[in-house]
Write a protein of this length. Sequence first.
Length: 82
Amino acid sequence: MATFIDIHHGMTGITADQLAAAHRADLAIEAEEHVHFKQAWADPESGTVYCLSEAPSKEAVQRIHERAGHLADEIHHVPITV
C-alpha cells in the first residue's frame, strides 16, 4: 500500500465535530476501495483539512472522498517516510 496526504480547501470554520463526522464517513466505506484513512487534521481559520491514508492509488482515495461528500482538492503520494 502507498501513503497519501490529501488536502481539502474551503472548509473555513470547520469544527472538531464536523471533522470527526467527515472522517467517520470515510471510514465507513474505505474498505470498499482498499483504503485506510489513518488521521485527519484541520485548520478552521484557513479552511484547510489534511487527511493521511494508505491506499492502492490516489484515485481510490478520491473515490472514497467523493462518495463521502467531500472531494479532495489535492492528493499527494508520499513515497518516503522516516
